[in-house]
Write a protein that binds this ligand. Structure first.
Ligand code: 4F9
Length: 240
C-alpha cells in the first residue's frame, strides 16, 4: 500500500508517521507513506498557494494549480492514478468498515486543506471521495489524514499480528473490548478479577464475552441493540 499525503505542513505529518508502530512499519518497508509539500508545486514567484475568495468573504482559499501539479507529480511517480481522498467535514464519516475497504486500494492520495477551503475546481477534477473523521471543524486536514493513514497502516500485512489488527473483541465483532489488567494483582486496594488468575481458559473466555456485552450495553446502547438484532437474524437464518 502506498499513501501520499499532500499538505502545506509535511513536517507535522512526518513527526507522527516516524514514531511507534507506523514508523517501524515504514522503516521495515511494509508501508510506503510519502508526505508532499503542496508549496513545492507552486509556480508563483513568492511561493504563494492561496488567495482571496472570489465573491468576497473571510479568509483565504487554496489555489487549484499547486494542488493539481502536486497530484500529477504523485500520479507520475506511482505510475497510476491513486484513489484520491479529500479530508473534509462534508465527507462521509470514517468507519472501521470503510478503512478495511480502502486497504484494497494499491495507492491513496490524501489531500489536506487549510485556510478557509480549497478551490472547488481542483476538487471536482481529482477527488474521488470526501472523508470526515467526525462532526467538528479543525484548522486543517492533517490530523484527519493521519487518523485515516493510521487506521489503514495498522491493518497492512506484517504491521501488527493479524490477530490484533483484525481483533475479535472490537468494532469488528460489533462489541467493545473487555477490560484488561496487568501486574500487580492488587493496586490501590483494587484486586484483579479472580477468574483471570484461575488459569481456567473456558471460564476466562466466558468472562471476556460477558464483560464485552456489559461494557457495550452500558457505554454504547445503540451498538448493543444492533448486536442483539444481528445475533437474532443469524439465529433465524440458521433455523430456516
Ligand atoms: C476534516 C474535520 C475531516 C473533520 C478539515 C478543517 C476536517 C477538517 N474531518 N476541518 N479542515
Amino acid at each position: 500500500m502506498r499513501i501520499e499525503i499532500a499538505t502545506l505542513f509535511p513536517e507535522m505529518c512526518e513527526a507522527y508517521l516516524s514514531e511507534s508502530i507506523v514508523g517501524r512499519a515504514r522503516k521495515a518497508g511494509l508501508i510506503d507513506i510519502h508526505c508532499r509539500n503542496i508549496r513545492d508545486y507552486t509556480l508563483d514567484k513568492h511561493r504563494r498557494v492561496d488567495d482571496k475568495p472570489f465573491g468576497g468573504g473571510m479568509g483565504m482559499v487554496m489555489q487549484a494549480e499547486p494542488i493539481y501539479r502536486c497530484w500529477q507529480a504523485a500520479c507520475e511517480e506511482m505510475g497510476e492514478r491513486p484513489h484520491t481522498i479529500y479530508l473534509s467535514p462534508q465527507g462521509r464519516t470514517l468507519t472501521q468498515g470503510r478503512a478495511v475497504e480502502l486497504l484494497q486500494e494499491s495507492s491513496l492520495f490524501l489531500l489536506c486543506g487549510h485556510y478557509e477551503g480549497v478551490d472547488q475546481r481542483v476538487l471536482d477534477k481529482i477527488v474521488d471521495e470526501e472523508i470526515s473523521i467526525g462532526d467538528y471543524v479543525l484548522t486543517g486536514g492533517e490530523l484527519p489524514a493521519l487518523v485515516l493513514t493510521d487506521a489503514i497502516a495498522r491493518m497492512c500485512p506484517g504491521v501488527l499480528p493479524a490477530a490484533i489488527a483484525f481483533e475479535e473483541e472490537s468494532h469488528f465483532s460489533g462489541l467493545l473490548e473487555y477490560p484488561q489488567y496487568t501486574r500487580p494483582e492488587v493496586w490501590e486496594d483494587m484486586a484483579v478479577p479472580p477468574v483471570l488468575l484461575s488459569g481456567h481458559h473456558r471460564n476466562i473466555t466466558l468472562w471476556h464475552r460477558e464483560q464485552s456485552l456489559q461494557v457495550t450495553k452500558e457505554k454504547r446502547p445503540e451498538m448493543y441493540e444492533a448486536y442483539l438484532a444481528k445475533q437474532e437474524a443469524l439465529k433465524n437464518a440458521d433455523d430456516m
